[in-house]
Structures are given as structure tokens and as C-alpha cells.
Design a binder for this molecule. Sequence first.
Ligand code: SF4
Length: 343
Amino acid sequence: MAGKKVKAVALMSGGLDSTLAVKLVEQQGIEVVGVNFKTPFFGPSKAKAAAERLGVELIVLDITGDHMEIVKHPKHGYGRFMNPCIDCHAYMVRRAGEVMREVGASFIITGEVLGERPKSQNPQALKIVERDSGYEGHILRPLSAKLLEPTIPEKEGVVDREKLLDIQGRSRKRQFELAKEVGITEYPSPAGGCLLTDPVFSGRLRQLFKEKPDADEGDVELQKVGRHFEGEDGSFIVVGRNEAENDRLLALAGEGDLLLEAKDIPGPVTLLRGTSSQNELRAAAALTARYGKARSLERVEVWRWRAGEEAREIEAVDYPPEAYTIEGHESAIPLVKPRKPGP
Ligand code: SF4
């Protein structure tokens, strides 16, 4: 190894743990290249900010297609919500392993801490990740390394095991102390970042997969937007909650979808998918009136058009939108009810 700088590839989430893992390895004179991923469920913004602060190169891989399959059919099941953390992590390590080979690095580092997340960071889960990733022995977890079997870079003396740590458990006290020691002052809170751990989004996603097992990225994107309702015939109605969501709905509408918007009155864009029945059209028009400035009027005219087509028609909501009042979570709009997330 003399004369050649050792390189490692780091799975960087942008959180404190992975930032500290990078620091610990860099302190041993090892060059680090970061890897992060993009899917409909999470993106690289935190990792990009952390990489910039650390002055580390970051490679971002779009793994949408593969990751969607993992979320639909996780070999090791889900965590508390729709988060298939063990499968997801093993996949990420495998992709980091490919980067390792490409950039001539010798090993992979992660910010995992033994026992910090009881389901996905217990000794057995860490072993499964190693085995499933195909990079057994090459995955160094600097924060807990002294509690784990020595990895190949430790055995070969590329990394000094003595300078690694033995952190375990959910308390983050030692990480905060270490952050101070090494001068890390900026880091995001550990929560958030992955929509698959969000209870509301997870419920929507579960329902989507139940109804449409071949759901694609566009279907998933729609789950992130608006208020959701279900027509009596199973049709799906999404009502935008602000201008950004209205624009998003216009962009996500696909062939066959109907769009609605109140005529000359500010309010939501509504997307209706899966029906052309008169009842559902009226219900979607009523929702469009109900959630806009038109709600207090006695008669509201609502534009209706097919996505991608110019022709528009008027749907009149003939009785006061108060008649459609939604109390609590119960919808009084005839023939439509709030869409219940899957159990
Ligand atoms: S929290 Fe989300 S991104 Fe992280 S391992 Fe679990 S599923 Fe993957």
C-alpha cells in the first residue's frame, strides 16, 4: 500500500452518525467517497449538504426501479411502517460495493450503530445486510466496530481498529460528544428523511399496492399530494391543498385522468382517476368547490377536462357547497368518502 492513498466508500445519509463515521476514517488518513441514493421515497439533499460540509465527493445513484421492487416485496419484511430497512440497506451496500470497485476503494463504511434501531441495527440484521449485499467482511461500521467482528481492512491493517469506537444503544450522548470533539456543529435531526417511515404516507402506499400491484413511480408520486377521496365505484380523487400541489397534480395527470378547477374563482385543482361516471364527476366538482373560495357560493361552475386535451366542459355544482360539508373525517358529499389508508 506504500505511496498509494487508501480509499473507502461511505454510505452517507447526511445524518450525524454517517458524518462521524466518515470523520473517524478520514482521521486515519483514508480518503472517503460518499454514496447516496434517489428514489420517490427519499433523496440526496441532506447527504449533499453533509458532503459539502465535509469536503467529500458524493456520488448519487437513482435506484427508483430496483427500490420500488424492494418496497413491494421485501425479503425480510417491513419495519414499523412501509420501511423495508434490512432489504433496503443490503441493496444500498451492494450498490456502494459496486462504486467501491469502480473508484478503486478497499472497503465500505456506514454510520450504523449497534442497537440504535432495534429492528434493523441488531447483530443479526447487520449480518444479514452483509450477507445479502455480497460484501461480507468489507463493511466497516466505525462507530461500533470494536463490538463487531474485525473486518478485512482491520485484519489487513488498512484501518487501525484501536482508533475505532464501541458505541451501542439508542442514547446518542457519545455521538454528540464526539461531534463536539471533531468540530461538527451542523447536522440534521435523525428523524425524517424517508417517507417510508411516515405513518400517513405508508398507509396510502399500502392501499395503493393493494389496489394496483403494478403501481409505478407516477402512482407513488400521487400519494404524496393533496387530500384523497374515494368514489363509490372505487375511483380515486385527489384535491390539491396549495398552488404547488395544484401544479404537481397537473404534471402527474396521465392519460384518462380528468382534471377539474372552479371557473374564475381561486381554489384547488382536482384529479379524478378511474371513472367517467356522472356521480363521481359531480362529487369531484363538489370537492373542487368545497375546498376553494367558491365554498360560500350557491352555484359554482367547475371546469372539467381530460389530461392532455384542450377541450373543457362545465360541471355546475348547483346547491350550496355547505351541503357537502365534511365533518371531522366523515364526508357528507354523496357518493364520495375520504380514502382510508390501508391497515
Ligand atoms: S429508513 Fe428508509 S431509506 Fe433508511 S433503510 Fe429504511 S427504508 Fe431504507
